[in-house]
Design a binder for this molecule. Structure first.
Ligand code: ADP
Length: 165
């Protein structure tokens, strides 16, 4: 049984994340999408809200588990018996940080392998941060995030008065 861990903040889930999830789920018997707690000081969504949305959006995928974790990624991987960590590689800008993380994680737990996946080319420049920037100026984010995420983001932007215009 091959289990993989796909960690991140997923605040909020984009089509880029979803692309990674679908690729990983077709490669592994079981994939844990795991939200790291305490990464961002000012998240848009609570961890529980993010878990709920990702579960709803991926309910058609049978070998996925959406959870959160609060420890070193490799320690959590060990706990769930995942031998693989999935990370997405977008443009060159991701490379240095991701390589550094992969090598640090290997130093900590040599038997866990990091696997880099490339998204479909439409998503190569897509990040949660970009979606927030576009929505801030009321731009169209429908091609960037699933409809449920778009609706929830708009609700939070209203509530927290995050629109710039
Ligand atoms: P971080 O872990 O830096 O908080 P995210 O939670 O946004 O980043 O993303 C988690 C993982 O998903 C990272 O490996 C990131 O590179 C990857 N990822 C995010 N957006 C995309 C995308 N558009 N295409 C491919 N991978 C992506």
């Amino acid at each position: 049984m091959k289990t993989a861990l796909y960690p991140g903040s997923f605040d909020a889930l984009t089509y880029g994340h979803l692309d990674m999830i679908e690729r990983a789920c077709s490669m592994f018997d079981k994939v844990y999408v795991a939200i790291a707690r305490n990464i961002e000081k000012n998240p848009l969504f609570t961890v529980e809200e993010r878990i709920g949305m990702i579960r709803e959006i991926t309910k058609g995928i049978s070998n996925i588990n959406v959870v959160s974790f609060d420890e070193l990624t490799v320690d959590f991987a060990k706990k769930i018996e995942a031998k693989f960590i999935i990370r997405g590689l977008r443009a060159v800008s991701d490379f240095e940080y991701e390589l550094q993380m992969a090598l640090v994680n290997r130093e900590l737990k040599p038997d866990i392998e990091t696997i880099f996946l490339a998204p479909a080319k439409n998503y190569i420049f897509l990040s949660s941060r970009v979606v927030k920037e576009v929505l801030k100026f009321r731009g169209d984010i429908s091609g960037m995030v699933p409809p449920l995420v778009e609706t929830q983001m708009k609700k939070v932007f209203e509530e927290k008065k995050l629109y710039a215009i």
